[in-house]
Structures are given as C-alpha cells and as structure tokens.
Design a protein around this ligand. Structure first.
Ligand code: ZN
Length: 451
C-alpha cells in the first residue's frame, strides 16, 4: 500500500530541521519511503494520492504524560493547588471501574488524535480492587482509536496511615502493585519498532509511593528492559515535604534511589536547581513538560531551555484532563512557547523548538527516536497534515508559526503507521457521538456515586 502526499509544506524535524516549502512524503506499507522537495518521483504503483496544497506536513505529535481516566472528572477543584486538588479528587477516582475507564480513555484518545497526536503515554495509577481490569480497558480503547499507546502501569502504596497523601482506600500493597506491573509488561509490552502498545513502570510520586516500592519498581523495569516514569519536582509543596521527610530535594531523592538515566522520563521537572538540570542532562533523564496543567494548578514554569541546553530529552504532555480540561496536544506547543518566553524572554523558545519538543523530543523521552518523531525514510509513517487555507491561517508568512502561534489548524489527514485515523478533521475509527454519550454517562455515574 503506497500513499503519496504531494505539494505540501513539509517540516521534517530531522536533525538539521530540514523543511520544504512544497514537497512530498511517500509512504509504503506503513513506513516512510521518501521525503523530499518538489513533486514525488515515481517509485512504483500508488494506491492513494493526497493533495497537500495549502497544508503543512509534520510528524505526528507525541504526548509523553497523561492520565486518561481523568477525562471523566473534568471541571472540578478549579482553584486548587496540587495537593488540594489531589485530596479533592482521590475519593472520586477511588470509584472508577473498567467501564468508566474505557469511556474516558476512548474520549481522551479521540481528542488527542483530533489535535494531531499519534502516540500517547498514559500514566494510570489508580487500581481500586474488584473494579475490573482497568489497564485492559485503556489498551482496548487505544486499539479502537488507532493511536500508539505507552501504557505506564502506575502504582501507589503509601496511604495516609503511612504518611502519604492519598486515602488508604485508593492504594495497593507493594506486592500487589509489583505483581500487577509485571503482569502488564508480560501481557502488553511489544518491543518491535512498529509497536502499537508498549508498557512502562510508573510508581506515582514520592508523596504517594514508599521508597521501597520506588526501588523495587526500578529493579523490575530494568530486569524487564522497559522504561521508568514518575511525577517529580512539580510543586514547592512537594519539595518542602521531601526535604522534611528525606532531607533532600525531589531530584536528589530520585538520584539516591537510582532513578536517573536514559531509561527514565519524569513528569513536570519544574523546581530543579542548576545542579539537577546538569544531572538530568548528563544522565539522559527525560522530562515531560506539561505547560497547561502547570498553569492551571499554578505549579510553576519548567526550565525547558536550560534542560534542552544541558542535553536532557524534553517532550510535551497534556497531563490528566482534571488539570487540563482541553486535553489536546496541539495547544501545548503554544503554551510551551509562551510560558518559556514569560520565563526567559522572546528568544527562549521558537516555534520550531516547540514542534521539536512535541515530536522528536517526545520520541526520545519514550525511547523511540529511531522509529518515531520525524519525517525521515525508514521511520514509521505517523504523519499529521494540517490545513492552513481557512480564515485563521490563510496567507500567514510561516506555516510552522501558523501551527504553533495560531489557533490549532484542522487536520486534513492524520496517519498512524500509514493508517487513516483522522480525515477532513473527523475521526474515522470511532464514533464521536457514541464516544461522547458513553463519556457523559460515565462522568455522571462517577461524580454521583462519589458525591
Ligand atoms: Zn500527571
């Protein structure tokens, strides 16, 4: 099956940032066969030709941090900081089941696809006992929507009775969490380059997980050869608690536990010292930067320019929809750019820097830079084709500025491994009407039973 996209502006996001004002992308059997300027050369029979006039082709966007189940708890705790927000929501989340998780994940993933996302990491750390196989519900939803999933099997074992923030009713035992994590890896992890599902190990955060589980989870991940993820250095409160309890900053705590390295990416990484930024860079520890969520919770502004300058992989994340009711990845490019500029001035982050974070930066965080994150021959055919001919964008001097500075353009096409997921700005794999109906029912059920 050969697909040819022609006459589009192309931003490849390769190592040197190659772009074409009018170029082509040729896809063959789910893999990019050729990218170049001008008309496409004849490489053999073509099954589908896509007219890319007035469009911008970019790599599909990569979301490095999400909590899909939260799509069913949007619009709550609106003025709360992180700890207030968590303590309000934990009792509601304790009631989730397989059906609610499936409805929320399907809707959240559909929303991501409609904003150009082709790969999403979902950090799921709430596993109430007797409520069904929640991870299976997320995997099933990703299969139906058709985007790549990095299922981060999260865990919490430190309830209030052990000095943690979550109520005891929502945490697992350490042994239960580890057994569930190992089962998830054995059931779903696919190490192949074209994998649609990979699994990572993700104890939730220092304030909800014991040091013993942090260490054991790390050993399990390294034994199994999968990646490690957790929340770190999100708020000043977290840092104060960490200093009081462990006598060090969250970054120092992570390092002591062995939690820095090329196989680790951490959500947020906002409150980092110069030394911690250097250590992240030297060790290759990645950061999932979640600008909208950080703004919604007033958590702070991550040192994105310093981190990338130090050599740390940095990707973008929408974070859970309970702290980012938009849940779309496209808008995070603009937020990342503008927050970086509020921190460091107008040269702190360019539109192309933001696109790089959202594509190859995310691929590096997920360990997939060899197969995803840029439009280059041999990589998986995850491609977003953005329409720039509407009143919002027509005539703009630079198509990448249209994508990052402007309102998010509609998608002419979104391909994942060469398969159509979005066309003419409509999702083609699931019914948005049925998905919204199921979400409405699930959200009402969850808030009602909890209230
Ligand atoms: Zn999060």
């Amino acid at each position: 099956m050969r697909i040819v996209v022609e006459d589009a502006a192309v931003s490849t996001v390769d190592e040197v940032g190659t772009e074409y004002g009018a170029g082509h992308v040729i896809i063959n059997d789910g893999v990019i066969e050729r990218v170049g300027p001008g008309p496409a050369p004849d490489l053999g029979p073509v099954d589908r030709r896509v007219d890319g006039r007035d469009c911008l082709a970019t790599p599909g966007l990569i979301n490095t941090h999400h909590h899909l189940y939260q799509w069913a708890t949007r619009g709550l705790a609106q003025q709360a900081d992180l700890f207030q927000w968590l303590t309000t929501l934990y009792p509601i989340w304790a009631r989730i089941d397989g059906e609610i998780t499936h409805a929320a994940a399907t809707a959240g993933l559909a929303r991501l696809a409609l904003t150009g996302c082709t790969t999403a990491a979902d950090h799921h750390y709430v596993f109430p006992s007797g409520k069904g196989d929640l991870l299976a519900a997320v995997v099933e939803a990703a299969g139906a929507v058709g985007i790549r999933l990095h299922a981060v099997r999260g865990s919490m074992d430190r309830g209030q009775s052990r000095g943690g923030l979550p109520p005891d009713s929502i945490v697992e035992t350490m042994d239960g969490a580890l057994a569930g994590t190992e089962e998830a890896i054995d059931s779903y992890h696919d190490a192949s380059p074209e994998a649609m599902v990979r699994v990572a190990v993700g104890p939730c955060s220092p304030f909800s997980v014991s040091p013993e589980l942090m260490s054991a989870a790390m050993e399990l991940a390294r034994y199994k050869g999968v990646r490690l993820h957790t929340h770190l250095a999100e708020t000043v409160d977290e840092e104060e608690q960490c200093r009081a309890e462990f006598g060090c900053t969250p970054a120092e705590y992570a390092e002591k536990l062995g939690w820095l390295g090329h196989d680790v990416w951490l959500a947020h990484g906002i409150h980092l010292s110069d030394g911690a930024v250097r250590r992240f860079g030297d060790s290759g520890t990645g950061v999932a930067h979640c600008p909208t969520s950080n703004a919604r919770l007033g958590a702070g502004i991550a040192r994105v320019r310093d981190l990338t300058g130090a050599g740390a992989p940095v990707g973008l994340g929408v974070d859970g929809a309970a702290s980012n009711e938009d849940g779309g990845l496209g808008a995070e490019l603009r937020w990342a750019t503008y927050l970086a500029r509020l921190r460091g001035g107008p040269e702190a982050l360019t539109a192309r820097d933001a696109l790089r974070l959202a594509t190859i930066g995310g691929a590096r965080c997920l360990g997939r830079q060899e197969e995803l994150g840029s439009l280059e021959a041999g990589k998986q055919a995850d491609v977003a084709l953005w329409r720039l001919d509407g009143v919002e964008h027509a005539g703009i001097a630079d198509p990448v500025a249209a994508l990052v500075f402007g309102t998010l353009p509609p998608l002419a096409l979104l391909l994942v491994g060469g398969q159509t997921v979005v066309e003419d700005n409509e999702i083609r794999t699931v019914s948005t009407v049925d998905t919204a109906d199921a979400l409405r029912v699930a959200s009402a059920r969850l808030v009602e039973v909890a209230g």
